[in-house]
Design a protein around this ligand. Sequence first.
Ligand SMILES: Nc1ncnc2c1ncn2[C@@H]1O[C@H](COP(=O)(O)OP(=O)(O)OP(=O)(O)O)[C@@H](O)[C@H]1O
Ligand SMILES: [Mg+2]
Length: 284
Amino acid sequence: MGTTFTLPKFKQCEENKTTSENKINMTEEDDTAAMNFKIITKNLDLFYGDFQALYDISMDIRPNKVTALIGPSGCGKSTFLRTLNRMNDLIASVHLNGNVYYDQTDIYKNYDVIELRKRIGMVFQKPNPFPMTVFDNVAYGPRVHGIKKKNQLHDIVEKSIKKAALWDEVADRLHEPALGLSGGQQQRLCIARVLAVEPDVILMDEPTSALDPISTARIEDLIEELKQNYTIIIVTHNMQQAGRISDFTGFFLNGKLIEMGKAKDIFFNPADKRTEDYICGRFG
Ligand SMILES: Nc1ncnc2c1ncn2[C@@H]1O[C@H](COP(=O)(O)OP(=O)(O)OP(=O)(O)O)[C@@H](O)[C@H]1O
Ligand SMILES: [Mg+2]
């Protein structure tokens, strides 16, 4: 964890608590890293049929950082997240304008979608293990990608479950149904499943909203660990969580990116009144 500081008390922000929970990640950033964005979206509009869900979103995502997306329900966070690995392709009514670059390549032009989703994995709000064993869940992706040797699969499964901080709890249950695990264990299993295909970026859509505080803390610790090797973009409704784990934060409202910046700037010194209102819990 980087140094943490207590969330600010905005003048108008009556309910700001200053508990130990109320911390914000203050890791100092090296701006030269800005030259090397992992993902860039440019003037992205997205429509579900006639309904426009995203307006002109231009965002730069830095490698090996945690970027949190915040904003009230229905403002387009999940829609935006799904544009980053083309999950919206699965919805027939969707069309979009603008560009999404991953490592400088436009993913909507001549990009192999299977390869893209291997590179940019996704973890959903509700843990969604497949109805198969713990082992087979994690081995699923590698098998799809052609890995068949038992030893190799076993190594990948063990390594991935260890990285997901789940090994101690499931080492002797690998051949039992994944659906028998607790919710928090299932979510870490889903993270292990993503890690098993060696992604580069991990998208997480409210990964802890269904979990108790202990499981949530475990996933937050895990995210902090994983950013050494991965770029993480997380949607969360939990302001404390966004403050604790994110290096950068983007605030969405009504399909627009209102403000994006270092987490400490967004939380301490937002440029837009609407950001401050949201952080203070005045709406949404
Ligand atoms: N498959 C879909 N078809 C049509 N409209 C959709 C679809 N998915 C989302 N929308 C609409 O797009 C808008 C943005 O939805 P989205 O799910 O991205 O919001 P969100 O910020 O993730 O909300 P929440 O915090 O509740 O998860 C909403 O108005 C929603 O009703
Ligand atoms: Mg959502």
